[in-house]
Write a protein that binds this ligand. Structure first.
Ligand SMILES: Nc1nc2c(c(=O)[nH]1)N[C@H]1C(S)=C(S)[C@@H](COP(=O)(O)OP(=O)(O)OC[C@H]3O[C@@H](n4cnc5c(=O)[nH]c(N)nc54)[C@H](O)[C@@H]3O)O[C@H]1N2
Ligand SMILES: Nc1nc2c(c(=O)[nH]1)N[C@H]1C(S)=C(S)[C@@H](COP(=O)(O)OP(=O)(O)OC[C@H]3O[C@@H](n4cnc5c(=O)[nH]c(N)nc54)[C@H](O)[C@@H]3O)O[C@H]1N2
Ligand code: SF4
Ligand SMILES: [Mo]
Length: 582
């Protein structure tokens, strides 16, 4: 009998299990999914998808589209072809197309639009990026949400925080901030100061976990000295907090099982790796690693402890952040909307204009499908077999096909077509799925978990050469806004999954700035501008402008420079000015 089990494919911490019941999507009752899904999946059917392939605006059949793809690929050298893939669908089989392109000799992309800076900081400090899973967060007494907005981006964490002490560090009074025992409405891009001051006062109050430091972080005195270079009074005033709040913070966490649950918010800057490493250092001071119910959770690596059967090692690579599209004659785009989601949209548009053939392989119409020469509709997650893992828990979710449909082609079938045409060895779909499944163990409740992922990593020390934590040795003082400039906060919306589903259309401003609801304003940064109607929101700081990810034109404002470490986009590095539009 066909299994009715699948999982949500979306780029989301929770990676929920789904039961497909008579055309309805229902949540797993067991485990973290806890019987509920979220609006994206509850309304999945409501979103019109691309039903027909097309070439230069003309509808064609799928066979014609594949023939066209071959014609396009044959017209140029493989070294003039780029495969640009993102994570509109997070399941593991998505990588099979990129594998085939890589074997054909095309370029692929490297780097991150997302979490790369923070990940680089974690790896520098700990030697690896092993995440604290949801199941351990459940055991903690205190949760610190640091640049993470759980009501929007990880709602299945919420049942786990009942009866726990909650601290929130966020420039926005988010829903979780309003419920928290302590909210520090920090000035954007000043988290490195807060993390270092917390460490310094932990040391001054003699509250460090000395045994842990001695064993796993022997350079701690040097780091304490670095934290002493901060001018306390001036910095506290600048970041928008008081000495009392530092005391309150420490009072709430010292001696408690604490989970520091980080999001991508505080690392969308060029020194994002250092910010994350300073947060890790505070956790080291508290001795939070290698213990039950303690640790630092971030956007982990969903492929941790999985050996990928797809080989990109020999492929030439260009950055995903400032991709030189104009150096290619053919660009194949899968599961991505780079014309909206990459930074510096004007640069992206100018650069991609020079490409002879843009191929878009996706589900929905958007800025990228609009300019594509060849559009190939994908299959939804309900129409193909797959397997997914998560960047926040250790589960492995089987995704069985639930529906038959004439629309679209799966990634695997597209890969089969290319492999046949270009004589590339490919295993059967079942073999790949079996390969992934072999990385799992079955738990008592019948669910699968990635076998080699530790629930409590770093119990024997860190993965650095000598097993010790590597502290920051220097840091950059972040730039401040000038008069009439604002920090740009660009965050995830409850209505969209980046540019999928219901996209936001406004800029959010504090009412004290004097703009009217609905009024059109022009936002200007040093790379570009965008006009958007105002929505007032007093949960913001007065020095911030908030535009949600997925809002059309938001990335006109963002730089395509990289983070110093991690080859990551830095969507919040730009300051903006506001002008009235008459
Ligand atoms: N509904 C929904 N869910 C999603 C997504 C979506 O688009 N919509 N996208 C998915 C993806 S791709 C990702 S990467 C994750 C990201 O999930 P989160 O990490 O939760 O992402 P963000 O909303 O970008 O940022 C989180 C918080 O950081 C705060 N922040 C901004 N700047 C700073 C700062 O300088 N310091 C501090 N301390 N905080 C700051 C923001 O105000 C925000 O509340 O969410 C995933 N889940
Ligand atoms: N200003 C600003 N920019 C940002 C961010 C921000 O917070 N602010 N966030 C950044 C982050 S964290 C991320 S992760 C990126 C996300 O950027 P993208 O990965 O480009 O994300 P989406 O906008 O979700 O576009 C995904 C596309 O995948 C396609 N798709 C969905 N399912 C499938 C499938 O099964 N098969 C195929 N072939 N296609 C499918 C859909 O058509 C959809 O258009 O954006 C980054 N850009
Ligand atoms: S919470 Fe995340 S994983 Fe769960 S259904 Fe919603 S988008 Fe999918
Ligand atoms: Mo992301």
């Amino acid at each position: 009998m066909k299994s009715s089990i699948t999982a949500c494919p979306l780029d989301c911490y929770d990676a929920c299990g789904i039961v497909y019941d008579d055309g309805k999507l229902k949540a797993f009752k067991d485990g973290h999914t806890n019987g509920f899904l979220c609006p994206h999946i509850n309304h999945y059917d409501a979103h019109a998808r691309i039903e027909k392939a097309r070439y230069k605006g003309q509808e064609i059949s799928m066979d014609e589209a594949l023939a066209k793809l071959k014609e396009i690929l044959d017209a140029n050298l493989k070294s003039e072809t780029l495969c640009y893939r993102s994570s509109g669908n997070f399941a593991l089989m998505q990588g099979v197309t990129e594998h085939v392109f890589a074997q054909m000799g095309t370029y692929v992309t490297e780097g991150s639009l997302c979490d790369g800076a923070g990940e680089a900081g974690i790896i520098e400090g700990r030697g690896s990026n092993k995440n604290m899973p949801l199941s351990e967060i459940a055991k903690s007494e205190v949760i610190v949400f640091w640049g993470r907005n759980p009501h929007v981006t990880s709602s299945h964490l919420l049942p786990l925080i009942k009866d726990k002490t909650v601290i929130v560090i966020d420039p926005v009074k988010t829903k979780i901030a309003k419920m928290a025992d302590l909210h520090i409405q920090i000035k954007p891009h000043t988290d490195i100061f807060l993390a270092m001051l917390l460490y310094r006062f932990l040391h001054i109050e003699d509250s460090c976990d000395d045994a842990f430091l001695k064993e796993f972080a022997s350079e701690h005195e040097d780091y304490y000295e670095l934290t002493q270079t901060i001018r306390i009074k001036a910095i506290l005033e600048d970041i928008g907090m008081t000495l009392g709040q530092i005391g309150d913070f420490l009072h709430l966490v010292v001696g408690k099982k604490t989970a520091i649950v980080c999001g991508v918010g505080m690392q969308k800057y060029r020194d994002g790796a250092d910010v994350m490493r300073a947060i890790d250092a505070f956790a080291v001071g508290l001795g939070l690693f290698g213990k039950k119910g303690c640790g630092v959770a971030y956007l982990g690596n969903s492929k941790e402890a999985i050996k990928m059967p797809f080989d990109l090692s020999k492929a030439k690579k260009v950055s995903k952040v400032d991709t030189p599209f104009d150096e290619f004659k053919t660009v194949f785009i899968q599961g991505a909307n780079p014309l909206s989601q990459m930074p510096d949209s004007n640069r992206v548009r100018d650069s991609i204009e020079h490409v002879e053939n843009v191929v878009y392989f996706g589900l929905y119409e958007n800025e990228t499908s609009e300019i594509a020469d060849l559009v190939i509709p994908a299959k939804t997650f309900l129409e193909k077999d797959d397997i997914r893992t998560s960047y926040s828990h250790n589960g492995m979710m089987l995704m069985h096909q639930q529906q038959e449909s004439d629309i679209g082609i799966s990634e695997y079938d597209l890969a089969v077509f290319l492999a046949k045409e270009y004589d590339i060895a490919l295993k059967s779909e079942a073999e790949y799925l079996e390969h992934f499944k072999n990385h799992a163990v079955v738990k008592i409740d019948g669910s699968f978990e990635v076998e080699k992922r530790e629930a409590i990593p770093y119990q024997e020390g860190f993965d650095t050469d000598d097993g010790e934590f590597v502290f920051l040795e220097e840091f950059e003082v972040p730039q401040k806004v000038e008069e009439n400039e604002f920090y740009l906060i660009t965050v995830k919306s409850p209505k969209s999954l980046n540019s999928q589903f219901y996209r936001e259309e406004n800029v959010y401003l504090h009412s004290a700035l004097g703009y009217k609801e609905g009024e059109l304003v022009k936002l200007i940064s040093n790379v570009g501008e965008v006009e958007l109607p105002v929505k007032l929101n007093d949960d913001l700081r007065e020095d911030c402008v908030l535009i949600y990810s997925g809002t059309k034109g938001v990335n006109n404002l963002t730089t395509s420079k990289h983070s110093y470490e991690g080859k990551s986009a830095i969507c919040q590095e730009n300051f903006v000015r506001i002008e009235k539009v008459n």
